[in-house]
Design a protein around this ligand. Structure first.
Ligand code: ZN
Length: 490
């Protein structure tokens, strides 16, 4: 009798663990070329003349029997939390037979359609096609529901690799030179067939190998990554980007990728260079899941914490774009929707102009954390940090630096995410950029530089601020994620 009671007590103390399940799906969401398609990522008015390879939505759903989570990757420059991610989640809940948390990260593809609006015919005309956007949201929602309906018993495999060759594919164009080249993988393998259901690869780099001259729609290096990974492992390959701010990129003559066929470097901005990078990343990922260090979980649990938050919209360019509907995104003041537009004088690049801007102060965004637990441990095996933009790596890994010339030289440092992620004991930390939003660059305040003299006595202004919502974003985002990490360990 005594023995039975202690058995029940033990059951109550142990974290409930159930058998994992997984399902996957993908859909071709290439926009039709029967009307102009503006390619996002470089200058205005780059219209598509054809398709090299499809634009995809790719989804891996993982479940512990109670919590269902969709890991969705899309070959887009970005998707706004509002209106798009929120609308997709609503559509999924309407179509799905059970509740599911939908997490959508754009790969930040620079060779796909303009889904944010910034790359239209001129800076004053949107490049976003609302008809395509409505169809796209529907396709993403259906892809998630399809993956959810395919759930089957699965083993989760967690792995990582940080060989030097991965770092050789990342240029870093802004001080401080902080970057992380670790590749993390989550693979789901069917317990029935032993086949791969889906594989999520997480690595940091701008999908912009093809550069600004290319006119063919493509997912850039992701196309070769998907093809090679699906050849090697089967199932559906998904790519989630990492901390790519400040600026982590494979673009440029100085980054050479040797072509084993010719023995020469692949031509700059070529499909061949993109292909070689994508294939290599896929091969590293496939090796990682087969390595002895990979962790296999049949049972365990999932936890997802999401936190909506308001981020100050400081950048006058974005405030003008929102007022002229180049950007289609609601703004708020003190938590309330604010549709006011007003004429104001502002200084851009040293010139004072009169412009129509939105008067609202904030945009609504979201941060999140996903934790995967084994049946045995109270510490997560894997963590996903969901960051809604292109974060400067020093805000994640440490190394924020004060340079002479900065606009806020003495600003306090923001909390560094890895300091808190490590405290959870997680063996794998997936740093996810452009998760559920794309607010642009997330820059440490003390490195912010819009006013001369320029950072570290440089002759020119640094690149980054022009594509950031402002210097207040980093603190809001990092404090938001740190609060979630603390909640996880409580
Ligand atoms: Zn970027």
């Amino acid at each position: 009798m005594k023995f039975e009671w202690s058995g029940i007590l033990l059951l109550l103390l142990v974290v409930p663990a159930a058998a994992f399940q997984a399902g996957a799906s993908k859909r071709d969401v290439t926009p039709p070329l029967d009307r102009p398609v503006f390619i996002a990522g470089f200058g205005n008015n780059r219209t598509a003349t054809g398709v090299h390879d499809p634009i995809w939505v790719r989804c891996l759903v993982v479940s512990d029997g109670k919590t269902n989570v969709a890991f969705v990757g899309v070959d887009l420059i970005g998707l706004f939390y509002e209106p798009d991610v929120v609308a997709i989640r609503q559509q999924v809940q309407k179509l799905a037979k059970k509740p599911i948390t939908v997490l959508i990260a754009s790969t930040h593809n620079h060779e796909g359609p303009d889904t944010l609006g910034l790359w239209g015919p001129t800076p004053f005309q949107t490049g976003r096609d609302e008809k395509y956007m409505a169809w796209l949201r529907e396709q993403i929602a259906q892809c998630v529901v399809e993956a959810l309906e395919r759930l089957e018993p699965a083993t989760l495999v967690l792995a990582k690799d940080n060989r030097k060759e991965l770092a050789d594919l990342q240029l870093d164009s802004r001080l401080p030179h902080v970057k992380d080249h670790t590749l993390c993988v989550l693979q789901a393998v069917s317990k029935r067939t032993g086949r791969t259901i889906g594989t999520l690869v997480n690595w940091a780099n701008h999908p912009e190998v093809l550069g600004s001259k290319n006119r063919l729609l493509s997912s850039d290096f992701c196309w070769a990554l998907y093809e090679r990974l699906e050849d090697l492992l089967g199932g559906v390959a998904v790519f989630w980007n990492g901390a790519i701010g400040g600026l982590i990129s494979p673009l440029g003559e100085e980054l050479k990728v040797r072509d084993p066929v010719t023995g020469q470097p692949a031509p700059e901005a070529s499909f061949r260079k993109a292909e070689l990078i994508g294939r290599f990343v896929a091969e590293v990922a496939a090796e990682a899941v087969k390595s002895k260090q990979a962790i296999r979980l049949d049972k365990g649990s999932l936890r997802v914490l999401l936190k909506p938050l308001f981020v100050p919209l400081q950048n006058p360019r974005f405030r003008i774009a929102a007022a002229t509907k180049v950007i289609n995104r609601p703004v708020y003041t003190k938590g309330k929707l604010d549709t006011r537009v007003g004429e104001t004088k502002l200084t851009l690049d040293g010139t004072t102009i009169s412009a129509k801007i939105v008067l609202g102060e904030d945009i609504r965004s979201e941060v999140g954390v996903v934790a995967i637990y084994s049946a045995e441990s109270k510490q997560p095996v894997a963590l996903f940090l969901l960051i809604p933009g292109e974060i400067y790596p020093e805000l994640v890994y440490g190394g924020i630096t004060r340079y002479p010339g900065a606009d806020f030289l003495n600003a306090p440092f923001e909390p560094v995410l890895m300091d808190y992620a490590k405290k959870t004991g997680a063996k794998f930390v997936f740093v996810v950029g452009l998760a559920n939003d794309e607010i642009g660059y997330i820059i440490p305040q003390c490195e912010w530089d819009e006013q001369p003299p320029w950072l570290n006595n440089a002759p020119e202004r640094p690149y980054g601020e022009v594509n950031s919502v402002g210097w207040k974003a980093a603190r809001v985002i990092n404090e938001g994620i740190v609060a979630l990490l603390k909640a996880l360990t409580r």
